[in-house]
Design a binder for this molecule. Structure first.
Ligand SMILES: NC(=O)c1ccc[n+]([C@@H]2O[C@H](COP(=O)([O-])OP(=O)(O)OC[C@H]3O[C@@H](n4cnc5c(N)ncnc54)[C@H](O)[C@@H]3O)[C@@H](O)[C@H]2O)c1
Length: 332
């Protein structure tokens, strides 16, 4: 198959491209605008006969029409993805997440191209810390931020295009990812690179907020499974039973880097900060037979720390500008 992967120079998209080229015979065309979040270097060393990067915008209907028409399937990762940025400047989130998705599904409908839409568990809002429930495919949408509301909107567009126009689409909503190639603005890489730089990590509020962590490789294998065996029109939740509160994550990073577990500072909490996300991925596991490979969060974190220690040339160019942006936003 020839896959068109949007946002393939970003964190999860680039992990997916590496995974596909390593484990299948598919070829890949990446369409990526290379915003501040996209990084050409994340795609270095891929085989030229099976891989191509097209720099462009998913809202560019003429370009999208050609690329979608030429692909056997589209896997749509491209998005504005950072909650903090969405609180300070929501407009790019509407343009890319809503109009960009609309542009892609119009082209996929025209050409009859198989489409897989990547989304987040954040569309479901949050759970109380002591709630015994987890999100399932039946949980009502209740997004909190401009980021999650635009992702929810894009999911609903895809569902409507399936129902109204017979779009050959599936959707997945995944929990929080960690692993290589994640921008240093995000929680885990920001803490790791701060400690590597001798700077004390920053924790929003008391750090009780719980996220359900999954290694990006497991997200990739789940998406390939859905592309292969997923039922058109269906939504699949992707998660690896990795619930951890933010305080424990920071303390574990410090410990794994040989620092005292309490060597961090608290900063003002994010506005509207979701308390807890938790995914029930029973449907994906029982109906499509998927299993995560990384079951041990601490071991996965150790691998991720080693990657950031060994790939300083990849993240250093972004570090100072990222911290300056946090400073401007009052979250230094
Ligand atoms: N990071 C997570 O934990 C997580 C969890 C679940 C789902 N998701 C979803 O996975 C997808 C990828 O997330 P990520 O963390 O890799 O994001 P990211 O910000 O690291 O990457 C996004 C990529 O999209 C590109 N892009 C942005 N706007 C574009 C446009 N208009 N046209 C073309 N390319 C554009 C960027 O250049 C970048 O390479 C998103 O749809 C996100 O909602 C992320």
């Amino acid at each position: 198959m020839k896959l068109l992967v949007t946002g393939g120079a970003g964190f999860i998209g680039s992990n997916f491209v590496h995974h596909v080229l390593d484990t299948t015979d598919h070829s890949v065309v990446v369409l990526d605008k290379l915003t501040y979040a996209g990084n050409r270097a994340s795609l270095d060393g891929l085989p030229a006969d099976r891989f191509e990067l097209v720099v462009g915008d998913i809202t560019d209907a003429a370009l999208v029409d050609v690329l979608v028409g030429d692909a056997d399937a589209v896997v749509h990762y491209a998005a504005e993805s950072h909650n903090d940025n969405s609180l300070h400047d929501p407009r790019p989130f509407l343009d890319t997440n809503i109009i960009g998705t609309y542009t892609l599904i119009e082209a996929a409908r025209k050409h009859g191209t198989r489409f897989h839409h990547i989304s987040t568990d954040e569309v479901y809002g949050d759970l109380e810390l002591d709630d015994p429930n987890r999100f399932t495919e039946q949980t009502p949408y209740n997004p909190s931020s401009p980021y999650s509301s635009t992702k929810a909107g894009s999911d609903l567009l895809v569902r409507a295009w399936v129902r109204s126009f017979g779009l050959q689409a599936t959707i997945s909503n995944c929990s929080n990812n960690y692993g290589p190639y994640q921008h240093v603005e995000k929680f885990i890489p920001r803490q790791i690179t701060n400690v590597l730089d001798g700077v004390r990590p920053k924790l929003y509020g008391a750090g009780q907020n719980v996220r359900d962590w999954i290694h990006a490789n497991d997200h990739s294998s789940a998406v390939l499974t859905i592309l292969d065996k997923g039922v058109i029109g269906e939504t699949y939740l992707i998660g690896a039973d990795g619930e951890q509160d933010n305080k424990t994550v920071v303390e574990t990073i410090l410990e794994l880097l040989g620092q005292p577990r309490d060597a961090y500072d608290h900063v003002t909490d994010r506005a509207g900060h979701d308390l807890r996300y938790a995914i029930d991925s029973t449907k994906l596991r029982t109906e499509l037979g998927w299993r995560p490979a990384f079951q041990d969060f601490r071991a996965g974190l150790e691998d991720t720390i080693a990657w950031y220690r060994d790939h300083q040339a990849w993240w250093r160019p972004q570090k100072a500008a990222t911290e300056a942006r946090y400073q401007e936003q009052g979250q230094a």
